[in-house]
Design a protein around this ligand. Sequence first.
Ligand code: SF4
Ligand code: SF4
Length: 186
Amino acid sequence: MQLSTAIRRFFLYDIVRGLTITLRHLVKKPVTLQYPDERWEMAERFRGFLGLTRDFQTGEENCIGCLNCEKACPVDCITISTAGKGREMYAREFYIDYMRCMYCGLCVESCPTTPKSIVHTNQYETTGYFRDDLVFEKERLYDIWEKESNFNGPRPWGKLFGLRNMENERRPVEPEPEAEAAAPAE
Ligand code: SF4
Ligand code: SF4
């Protein structure tokens, strides 16, 4: 046996070193989160679930049914059927198959409206019992955006595409505080 190995064994070097690492981790801040009560803060420009945007109060849709997003999608996971003509055209049906979506963002980039009618959100819980559960229809896509708007955290996509401004403009106006009673005459 080499002298160095004998010394290490005599002083229980490996055991002490292992315990030191364990103790160091005991006092470190945990990296786990109490999901779903706590959520990771996603990176800026994180591309999560796609949502469709509309006016919260009137329900007016931003989508004009131009089909650009459907054509831009490289995996054909968007299916739209339109109704109306010219300026009256709108997406009567709008489906996104999240079993196929690869969150590339090309549909968002190709959307011509201002603000964008289709946006990525910070939501990422893609689960379902059946394959059909992951084919989202129009109302669920609007729900995604509305849920996103209720998050307190940063919404970088909304900020980028002017949606936050739209949302702020359309929020109910806070009632003015009542005018103070006229000061008593001196
Ligand atoms: S993010 Fe990409 S893959 Fe998903 S719907 Fe949009 S274009 Fe298609
Ligand atoms: S979401 Fe945008 S690109 Fe897609 S159909 Fe509507 S307006 Fe056109």
